[in-house]
Design a protein around this ligand. Structure first.
Ligand code: HEM
Length: 257
């Protein structure tokens, strides 16, 4: 079939899987923003997703999308390098920024993959996987997504690694977005620059959502950690939380464990 055999077919597969992954990230980013404002609200979402059949099915579909995207990235890169030999680009006077991201999509993709593996260990392993296999003795319950976020981003090493990850994602996605639109054929002469600007704005907002959560928890300034009102204490003892600083220190929600 042309989707698998031709180079344009493979590019279409890369584009469709890439756009689907961006849509997943949009949902995931919006979901995570809830953690900035409400521990209870965030854990309600985590509980709803949990290890229910629909969440497991969605995870498998997502994994398939990611694997196809990555495998095709390698196939296309090898194919392009073979076709071009050592002289990979004839024209080298394009704008430096575009050139850098587009020439380094594979390297950026590998950084993103490593970040994703760390992320899946931090969250998916401790949550969905722990629930499926009935793992015991963890620092937080598998449905306590808020606790896992507070725990992960109380570690400055993880904070730095996640920031590098998000920056790599920004470069990868700003290029990937309009490249995908162009492959699919939505980008005419007039819309070429428009899609690039729309892509940059969209991806920047997406990355800022993730960064806000990382930094909000790292510096203890997420409103959900400032629980003077006690409204969001997962343990129901809001009065234990005296100030934002104390709350931020108490890993596992504003009231600690
Ligand atoms: C602030 C940053 C982030 C936080 C706090 C966060 C939080 C989480 C949590 C709590 C889960 C577990 C959900 C569950 O199993 O119920 C999860 C899973 C996951 N996250 Fe993130 N995430 C962040 C950034 C990202 C980014 C940038 C990506 C994409 C590149 C991503 C991709 C995933 C994937 C693929 C899963 C597994 C989803 C599944 O099990 O279906 N996350 N994340």
């Amino acid at each position: 079939m042309w989707l698998f055999n031709s180079s344009i077919g493979r590019k279409v597969v890369m584009s469709v899987t890439g756009i689907s992954l961006i849509l997943f990230m949009t949902f995931h980013g919006c979901m995570n923003v809830v953690a900035l404002f409400s521990a209870k609200g965030y854990n309600m979402i985590c509980e709803f997703l949990g290890a229910n059949w629909y969440a497991v099915a969605a995870t498998l579909a997502l994994a398939a999308l990611a694997v196809i995207h990555i495998v095709y990235a390698f196939i296309l890169t090898i194919q392009n390098r073979k076709a071009r030999g050592n002289n990979r680009y004839d024209v080298t006077d394009k704008p430096a920024k575009v050139e850098w991201a587009s020439q380094n999509m594979l390297v950026l993709g590998i950084i993103i993959l490593l970040g994703l593996l760390l992320h899946l260990y931090n969250f998916w392993y401790n949550m969905m996987f722990a629930e499926i296999v009935g793992m015991e003795g963890l620092a937080h319950s598998p449905a306590d997504g808020f606790g896992w976020i507070a725990e992960t981003f109380s570690n400055p090493v993880f904070v730095c690694l996640y920031i590098v990850w998000i920056i790599a994602l920004w470069f990868h996605l700003t290029h990937g977005f309009w490249s995908a639109i162009q492959t699919i054929g939505w980008s005419g002469h007039l819309w070429f620059n428009r899609w690039r600007i729309i892509g940059i704005i969209y991806v920047t907002l997406l990355c800022l959502m993730f960064l806000a959560v990382i930094l909000g928890f790292a510096f203890g300034c997420a409103p959900s950690l400032c629980c003077g009102c006690g409204a969001d204490c997962t343990c129901g003892q809001g009065d234990l939380c005296e100030c934002a600083k104390e709350c931020a220190k108490a890993v596992g929600g504003c009231c600690g464990k």
